[in-house]
Design a protein around this ligand. Structure first.
Ligand SMILES: C=CC1=C(C)c2cc3[nH]c(cc4nc(cc5[nH]c(cc1n2)c(C)c5CCC(=O)O)C(CCC(=O)O)=C4C)c(C)c3C=C
Ligand SMILES: [Fe+2]
Length: 426
């Protein structure tokens, strides 16, 4: 049984039965306002009720993100500790009818699992006991989906392939795809359970094209909630636009009405996800002195503060010169080049996962960032910034873009709807 507002879904049984008042704050994360609940998410666990009995959950396990809403979950939702990205291609011969049936199945599975219920068919039992654990399942459509389903006229221009960048070393087998799913959860079994259920749901209609696994810091691991670090050890995410910024919605989500053609109205309230697998050349990076590493980014490693001083949230002083007459934040520093004021206001919401897939024969880690950024229009978000980074970013020497995807992520479904219904049936 659930109690719903547009932004909040709380399991009444869990709220009244197993979680005390302190933990209840961590239970409700709306798909639109989830990021605001960061401190509730990362707070201490608050298990009450009969310890060890079925259904007794910590606030971490019982935290639930709404499946229905104006926006799909997993965009402004606080980053979870475990993530899976998976792209599918429709099977040969599968078209629009199969895509409709598939999106119906996937939506129902996602709805149930995000509510902490079992999968609709043949549940594997992997996630029993854990609760929803902030599970989010986010669906997107790639460029090739539209031709495969006879919907080319409805394909937005914003989904045109990204330009090539000089530093790209992309593997086509791990790039693009007709359909894309992002799964995030604060429990590894819950996340894998969702991945497996959705893959089984694909049946004969679609085949996995590529799949990647990622992680972030676990909620509660730090004394206070703080911006995550990446595998280079940097505080990463500071400059992200905040949901409280007056232009946040305009930058991240497709407007509800506008000059675009009517065929593209199905994307109103949606967003575009750029996904890049970026390998970090960690053996080279780790050889650099801390001072050099800080010059590459333009921020201090210890606390993420700008090299021009202050705290993590102090604005970069891009004009400041040092006693030697040189810019304190170097001309090629990553944070300078990517700053919105250096890019005509271009902004994106970065919501990545780190990844590690073992070590190569030479001992170097196959590790880096599953870089995912969200924007209302990639041509006014990712593309101009990446063009500039590609030309002169000090970080380029230490990273390699190995895979890429761009996906149209439609708005959230209304109760009774499936994700993408307005595209497939509108
Ligand atoms: C094209 C977009 C970007 C790519 C690709 C990218 C890769 C990348 N970034 C880091 C580490 C950091 N990035 C930081 C800031 C930052 N990066 C981008 C864009 C891309 N990064 C933006 C828009 C910003 C924010 C700029 C601002 O608002 O001032 C930082 C500084 C801290 C922060 O603001 O998050 C770090 C650290 C890595 C390691 C990486 C590829 C592996
Ligand atoms: Fe960056």
């Amino acid at each position: 049984m659930t109690e719903s507002t547009p932004d909040i879904e709380i399991s009444r049984r869990r709220l009244l039965g197993t979680v005390g008042a302190a933990g209840a704050a961590g239970l409700a994360l709306g798909a639109t306002g989830g990021a605001l609940a960061h401190s509730a998410l990362t707070g201490e666990t608050a298990t009450t009720g009969a310890a060890g009995s079925a259904g007794a959950l910590s606030s971490l396990g019982s935290t639930q993100v709404a499946f229905h809403g104006d926006r799909q979950a997993g965009i402004t939702t606080p980053m979870q500790s475990k993530g899976h990205l998976v792209a599918f291609d429709l099977a040969p011969g599968a078209g629009r009818a199969e895509a409709v049936a598939l999106m119906r199945r996937w939506s129902e599975t996602a709805r149930r699992l995000m509510a902490g219920e079992t999968a609709p068919t043949a549940d594997t039992g992997i996630a029993l006991d854990a609760g929803p654990s902030s599970l989010t399942v986010t669906f997107g459509f790639g460029h090739s989906f539209f031709d495969r389903t006879g919907l080319t006229a409805r394909r937005p221009v914003a989904l045109d392939p990204l330009p090539e960048f000089s530093g790209d070393r992309l593997d086509p087998r791990r790039s693009n795809g007709d359909l894309w799913i992002q799964i995030g959860a604060d429990d590894a079994l819950v996340a894998f359970h969702a991945l497996r259920a959705l893959q089984k749901d694909a049946g004969e209609a679609a085949r996995v094209r590529w799949q990647m696994n990622g992680f972030n810091r676990s909620p509660g691991a730090t004394a206070e909630p703080m911006t995550a670090r990446n595998l280079m050890g940097q505080v990463d995410g500071t400059g992200n636009p905040k949901p409280s910024d007056p232009d946040f919605d305009k930058r991240i989500f497709v407007p509800g009405s506008g000059p675009g053609p009517a065929e593209h109205a199905w994307m109103a309230g949606g967003s575009y996800a750029v996904v890049r697998r970026i390998r970090m050349l960690l053996d080279d990076w780790d050889k650099q002195s801390p001072q050099k590493q800080e010059q590459v980014i333009g921020r201090r490693k210890a606390d993420g503060a700008p090299l021009t001083g202050g705290t993590e949230t102090t604005k970069l002083d891009l004009d400041r010169l040092g006693p030697d007459g040189r810019q304190v934040i170097p001309a090629n520093a990553h944070a300078r080049i990517s700053a919105p004021e250096q890019n005509g206001g271009a902004a994106m919401l970065r919501r990545p996962f780190s990844y590690h897939d073992g070590f190569g024969e030479d001992g170097s880690p196959d590790a880096g960032l599953l870089f995912i950024c969200w924007q209302a229009d990639p041509l006014r978000g990712f593309v101009p910034v990446q063009r500039k980074l590609d030309r002169g970013d000090a970080l380029s020497e230490f990273i390699r873009h190995e895979a890429s995807g761009l996906y149209a992520v439609p708005p959230g479904p209304r109760p009774g709807e499936y994700v993408g219904a307005h595209l497939l049936e509108g």
